[in-house]
Design a binder for this molecule. Structure first.
Ligand SMILES: *Cc1c(COP(=O)(O)O)cnc(C)c1O
Length: 408
């Protein structure tokens, strides 16, 4: 366990107040910004002035005061120098990778990743001359073996979607440093719980659509990294965020700013319930996968990586064996028990559940699904924190008995 406390770090960073002394920040909706002195304008264009150099803003696709508050809060939480917010998790991932790689370059990636990211690496980036070799995220030696003279990036998710395989980030970081590569980590499943940059990641990407926002009412992303990389991403000539333009709206930044203070509370409660329900399922003999269970293959690695006090997260899976069984369980849990909703996505206050092979991982071919250990009957749960935990456990038990998942 690590002693870093992202909640404390967030609390200690400079707090922004509203224009009239408001306890909440003001929303700066202006697309463009005026200057007092005409000399200031070329200085902003020249990078001599900016949000951090005299609080100068130019145009909201570049930097926006409200979006920049969120970026600063995120970098405090991640312990990175700086951050950029984007319009979605996918734009954060694609801009980060396109900034680090060009035509002819190569990426070594975990094979257990979000379907959209898999499509980006496997289908889209090859059209731009960037190739990827996929390896098992638990096998650091496989990453090393796949490195070629053209490799620029090692890519992984902290906790892989949906099999929950955990990447050994400190070992991957050592490898990346030895080979002069960038380690890019998607930490969407485990904000605050695990701090990849503290463990050696060069770039941490997020879909803030999930836990960080926590209300399933917006789509957003972030890239947390060095100041130098942020300035590359925002460069007026070649910056991938600046020129591809996945700009975050300041109203959206405001919404997320107001939800960050309770992210730690939410993560702990997601974790508490994840552990309680998966323990009960295990007692009943159900094939459940949860990093907090001692039976989890990488339980001790998970324990090593976690920041103390945050638990093992809100994601677990049940292998129902077949797609039909998985559908029966989903139907029972949503339509009879009111346990949660059949929906993709995660990190909501209510439980969201889906059959991964037929939904969020369906971009991945049947054969590749098998290779990454994704069973067609795997149901992924993002456990919510509404209702009483005792009732939730009863509902789950009744549903698994009804669909015949219990042998007895
Ligand atoms: C949802 C998700 C993404 C994509 O994020 P969007 O905000 O939907 O663009 C990327 N990585 C992971 C792990 C995700 O769960």
């Amino acid at each position: 366990m690590n002693n870093f406390n992202p909640e404390q770090s967030l609390c200690e960073t400079r707090r922004e107040f509203g224009e009239h002394g408001g306890v909440t920040p003001s929303i700066s909706r202006s697309s463009t910004f005026t200057v007092m002195d005409p000399e200031t304008m070329p200085e902003i264009f020249g990078g001599i002035r900016g949000p951090e150099q005299g609080g100068c803003f130019l145009y909201s696709r570049h930097f926006n005061p409200t979006v920049d508050i969120l970026a600063r809060y995120l970098s405090a939480m991640e312990d990175t120098e700086y951050a950029v917010c984007t319009a979605s998790g996918m734009s954060a991932i694609s801009c980060a990778l396109l900034q680090l790689c060009r035509n002819g370059d190569h990426i070594v990636s975990s094979d257990t990743i979000y379907g959209g990211t898999h499509a980006l690496l496997n289908d889209l980036l090859p059209q731009l001359g960037i190739s990827t070799t996929f390896v098992d995220p638990t096998d650091t030696a496989a990453f090393e073996k796949a490195i070629t003279k053209n490799t620029k990036v090692l890519y992984t998710e902290t906790v892989g979607n949906p099999t929950l395989k955990i990447a050994d980030i400190p070992a991957l970081s050592k490898l990346a440093k030895a080979k002069n590569l960038s380690l890019v980590v998607d930490n969407t499943f485990t904000p605050m719980m695990i701090s990849p940059s503290r463990l050696g990641a060069d770039v941490v990407v997020y879909s803030m659509t999930k836990y960080i926002n926590g209300a399933s009412d917006l789509v957003a992303g972030a890239i947390c990294t060095t100041k130098a990389m942020v300035h590359q991403l925002m460069d007026l000539h070649t910056g991938r965020v600046m020129l591809l333009g996945p700009t975050m709206d300041p109203r959206m930044a405001y919404d997320i700013i107001q939800r960050l203070p309770h992210l730690a509370l939410r993560m702990r409660e997601h974790s508490r319930r994840g552990l309680a329900i998966s323990r009960r399922l295990e007692e009943l003999g159900i094939p459940v996968t949860y990093p907090g269970l001692e039976s989890f293959a990488q339980h001790s690695l998970a324990t090593d990586l976690i920041n103390k006090g945050y638990g093992y997260g809100g994601m677990f899976t049940i292998d129902c064996g077949t797609r039909d069984r998985a559908d029966d369980l989903l139907d029972e849990l949503q339509n009879k028990e009111d346990f949660g909703y059949i929906a993709v996505s995660l990190g909501y206050f209510d439980t969201l559940m889906s059959c991964s092979g037929a939904s969020t991982s369906s971009e991945i071919s049947q054969e590749d699904q098998q290779k990454m250990g994704l069973s067609p009957g795997l149901v992924r749960f993002s456990i919510g924190y509404t209702g009483s935990l005792e009732k939730r456990i009863e509902q789950m038990e009744r549903a698994i008995r009804t669909v015949g998942l219990l042998k007895k």
